[in-house]
Design a binder for this molecule. Structure first.
Ligand SMILES: CC(C)(COP(=O)(O)OP(=O)(O)OC[C@H]1O[C@@H](n2cnc3c(N)ncnc32)[C@H](O)[C@@H]1OP(=O)(O)O)[C@@H](O)C(=O)NCCC(=O)NCCS
Length: 335
């Protein structure tokens, strides 16, 4: 059982179009693991790894890309080494059309971010997704960067926060902005002051304004994650206002991820397994309480019949699945 909301991943991911799997990956690895992950990379990826001057950067790239291949290969029932990545005009990695879809399932989407020895990999189906993780470095000149790169409203909100919240607020803003650039694939081609995000680290993350988009919360859901001490992270998922999406947090710290087999075997442990969910279409209504939002009729009836428990006061809640995660039964969760 996880104590920090990140459950050890011991099976293949099974993202659906209303569930986003976020994997926290420890990029520290011994020589054997680096060698076996390097063997999964394509020729151009190996060439890129070899161009890193520092061995540490090379190791981080190999581990991250190798595990990304394992995770996506597992979802698609394909060998990790056989996947082909293509790159958007601003560098966004994507699966080639032959790899993108497994039979009968919507296309697989993913996003990757790394900072120091941690990486986050978000995987879902059909929806655009962006994730970003940053180390809350004490030396970063937060106000100077905010004035230079953030919108005027964001810089003002940051300056208005209580002093102890300002550093966390800056990184909340930075990761939220990067998550938007990742999800859209625009990278730094899009000016950072053309859109605004919420800066207050005590309130839910939010995409507030985007040039030419009347109300971004009609299209996007921003979720703050807590990946590790001294790190901030944000996840942005394409979701209409009425849609319910959930986020499942997994942790990979050196363990092997089961490789795809030809026939899918049901996971025998689903009844016991706890999964961590950080958002189930919620809206925060204050600094301390979460409310499920929106609550479509069909979902509410299931929700009310689940066994009790109090849903308290943080952005994460451990929930237990009350049924296996099939496409017919994707939302039967209890806590
Ligand atoms: C490339 C960028 C999308 C993110 O870069 P970053 O935050 O430095 O690095 P991250 O580790 O979070 O992300 C890198 C990953 O994003 C992915 N990526 C690269 N370009 C991308 C794009 N255009 N869209 C989506 N994802 C992209 C890749 O998977 C890459 O990792 P990989 O090549 O090892 O697989 C871009 O926004 C950037 O260069 N930002 C620089 C940071 C900055 O100045 N931020 C300003 C806030 S004050």
């Amino acid at each position: 059982m996880s104590t920090d909301g990140w459950q050890r991943l011991e099976h293949r991911l099974s993202p659906t179009d209303d569930a986003i799997d976020v994997v926290r990956l420890d990029l520290v690895a011994d020589c054997d693991r680096i060698t076996s992950l390097r063997a999964l990379l394509s020729t151009d990826e190996i060439a890129r790894a070899d161009r890193y001057v520092f061995a540490e950067s090379r190791r981080r790239f190999i581990v991250c890309r190798g595990v990304l291949r394992q995770l996506l290969g597992g979802c698609l029932e394909r060998k990790p080494a056989s996947l082909e990545f293509h790159y958007g005009p601003y560098g966004k990695p994507m699966l080639g059309s032959a790899d993108k879809e497994s039979i009968g399932l919507p296309s697989l989407e993913f996003s990757v971010s790394h900072s120091v020895n941690w990486a986050l990999i978000a995987v879902t189906r059909r929806r655009r997704v962006g994730v970003d993780i940053e180390c809350r470095d004490n030396k970063t000149p937060i106000h100077e960067l905010a004035r230079r790169f953030f919108s005027a409203g964001e810089a003002a909100e940051l300056a208005s926060l209580a002093e102890p919240d300002q550093r966390a607020g800056f990184f909340r803003g930075w990761t939220s902005k990067e998550a938007y650039l990742k999800a859209t694939g625009l990278g730094l081609s899009y000016s950072l002051n053309r859109f605004s995000v919420a800066m207050n680290p005590r309130l839910p993350a939010q995409l507030l304004e985007v040039a030419d988009l009347p109300d971004p919360s009609d299209f996007w859901r921003m979720i703050a994650l807590e990946p590790a001490d001294h790190f901030s992270a944000a996840l942005l998922v394409e979701a209409a206002r009425h849609e319910t999406v959930c986020v499942r947090q997994w942790s990979v710290e050196g363990q092997d991820i089961p490789s795809p087999s030809k026939h899918h075997t049901p996971d025998p442990d689903w009844q016991q397994r706890r999964r961590s969910i950080v958002a189930v279409g919620y809206r925060d209504v204050g600094s301390n309480w979460l409310r499920v939002y929106p609550r479509p009729r069909s979902f509410r009836s299931r929700w009310n019949t689940t066994r009790g428990g109090t849903f308290v006061a943080s952005t994460t809640a451990s929930m237990r699945m009350t049924g296996p995660p099939t496409s017919k039964n994707p939302k039967t969760w209890a806590w």
